[in-house]
Design a protein around this ligand. Structure first.
Ligand code: ARG
Length: 282
């Protein structure tokens, strides 16, 4: 239904701003659309240019996240999704002049919900080739790496030691994909990272593979019981977080990247990093 309304509104927009539409049906025009959007960003026009993605024509940016990933997203004391990503996407929405509505859902359903249930997803989501088959990503906004969370006193210290171990992960995450490649490993998938950590503390798994910043949050939350070890020590590579968007919507990508770029240029992005991330770093 929302989709239907969106289409009508987009059609209405076509009438009032012919330039905004024609290109949509013409794949050849897509590249130049993106170029135009970038020029808009350079000129500081994000949000007030003529080109508005159909996805935003209803004035609402529907955002999916999985609020089980502090400090990027968690449920705050008032029961609302909060955290770095939530603040970032709200700031982007403000730049674009749209209302941001955040839907807290399972991480594993985010990608497939983009373009139907939600417009975009922000969830500390790593750019992967596999996901790129289904969605487009914004410019990256944060660098990450997987960490290995161990019970205090564990002897696991290198890639070799992970072989044949029982490993807890959050379902459908890059930690999950890495664990599944480890020889002889028995992988336990949880809907929430914290459930994996609780099973680690209870001795049900030998380690948990989870992104750096959430791993550090859990390490301080369960202080003395677990240690979070840099995945570089286990040969895990660098990852980049980006906003996942519908495939092929170059106008939306242009708008979101322009807003992101403005927030990075005017210092707002760094303020959010300080406020949400650096506070809890070692
Ligand atoms: N960076 C990892 C990935 O993209 C984990 C993200 C989990 N995010 C979350 N909000 N639960 O797979």
């Amino acid at each position: 239904m929302k989709k239907f309304i969106t289409v009508i509104m987009a059609a209405a927009l076509c009438v009032s701003a012919l330039t905004a539409c024609g290109s949509k049906a013409d794949p050849a025009a897509t590249a130049s659309d993106a170029g135009q959007a970038e020029e808009g960003a350079a000129a500081g026009e994000a949000g007030d240019g003529a080109e508005v993605s159909e996805a935003l024509a209803d004035g609402v940016l529907n955002v999916g996240t999985n609020a089980e990933f502090p400090p990027f997203e968690y449920v705050n004391d008032s029961g609302e999704p909060d955290g770095f990503d939530v603040a970032l996407i709200k700031a982007i929405g403000e730049k674009l002049g749209v209302e941001v509505v955040v839907d807290n859902m399972e991480f594993a359903s985010l990608v497939s919900s983009i373009g139907s249930k939600i417009d975009v997803a922000i969830a500390g989501m790593t750019i992967t080739e596999d996901r790129q088959k289904t969605v487009d990503f914004s410019n990256p906004y944060y660098e990450a790496v997987q960490y290995v969370i161990l019970p205090a006193g564990s002897e696991i210290a290198a890639a070799e030691d992970l072989k044949g171990k029982s490993i807890g992960v959050q379902l459908g995450t890059t930690g999950d994909f890495i664990a599944e490649e480890i020889e002889g490993a028995a992988v336990s998938q949880y809907n929430k990272g914290v459930d994996a950590v609780n099973d680690l503390i209870n001795g049900r798994v030998d380690c948990v593979i989870l992104d750096k910043n959430p791993a550090l949050v859990f390490e301080s939350k369960f202080s003395g019981k677990i240690t979070a070890v840099d995945g570089a020590q286990f040969d895990f590579g660098k990852e980049e977080y980006a906003i996942a968007m519908p495939k092929g919507d170059a106008v939306l990508a242009g708008q979101i990247n322009a807003a992101l770029q403005e927030l990075m240029a005017d210092g707002s992005f760094d303020k959010l990093v300080e406020q949400y991330i650096e506070q809890i770093e070692e």
